[in-house]
Design a protein around this ligand. Sequence first.
Ligand code: XIL
Length: 364
Amino acid sequence: MKLTSIAAVTVLAASILYSVSLTSSADDAGTQRHTVPVDSPLRDLAKRQDLLIGTAVDYDAFNADTVYRERIATEFSSITAENVMKWQLLEPERGKLDFTAADELIAAAKRSGQKVRGHTLLWHNQLPTWLTEGVASGEISPAELRNILRKHVIDVASHFRGKLYQWDVVNEVIDDDANLRDTIFLQNLGPGYIADVFRWARQADPKVKLYLNDYNVEGLNAKSDAYFQLVKDLLRQRVPVDGFGAQGHYGVQFGFHSASEVMTNLRRFEDLGLETSITEVDVRMIMPPDTVKLQAQAQGYSVLLQGCLLARKCTSFTVWGYTDKYSWVPGFFTGEGAANLLDENFAAKPGYRELQAVLALAGR
Ligand code: XIL
């Protein structure tokens, strides 16, 4: 069957379920389980599965748009700052850390009974210019870079100590050829910087779950194999690594993994003792959207959620924005968009109904 027809069947099944308003009920053993109608917010449906359901939050939109802000509170049980915890935004001027925006999001999350994922302590993108230019000009030596990095990780992780449940400690440290990414950190500090960063993070915040996070690692391929090896190496050196995050940036034009492949991949990391999460899901398409693309999109969201639910220790499923009104996709992928669960007017697309149906049906 072609991808789109599989998607169509799934979506059709979802809409039938939806129309009969499936509810969960007391199971055979008589254990009380809450009855949650399928037409409930994702966070309520996910709660039954012991799964946190999250979204990235655009700080400016959060302040400017009441509808956007209120929907985050009702729909999600976890949030990730889309940008305001990144190094460039925390420390635009050397030595002047500004946590105001991040702290506001954390306070709002607390009021809404939500947990917060930290994103991210170390990434090669969105670094402050004083840092990248200083390293490029030789003004910042490798030894100084190591001190700067240690200070950054310890200061930031200490500030947020006890306030986050997961930290993306390193983001995208393996490249598309499955090698360690060629960054200013690898070049100047050598491969040991990854272990260092995890140890510093643990020192600053003993309880938060420390994650590696990347894209194109949802299924089984050379890149996820490289992560599997890296995690084994780190654990052998007693580096405190707790979690593996697969971002989940999909495009309908590329097709998707099967849910069972996602499950198998997540489970091999869990077998090493890690927990797992799906951390940044969006499913973009070449514009304009049409019915077929929207159905395929629902399938993309579905396989990632199913893979997570089928794994044993997949603790959170986060979408990278939830409305097409605010999305990084059009700015980064020319001609693409419509990647989120709700449209620009906050109306549910097939992907949203699909996630509701999968959560309502899930057995774990
Ligand atoms: C993106 C944000 O969504 C944009 O607003 C920003 O301009 C660039 O970064 N992988 C990640 C995220 O880990 O931090 C990225 O977020 C998307 C890709």
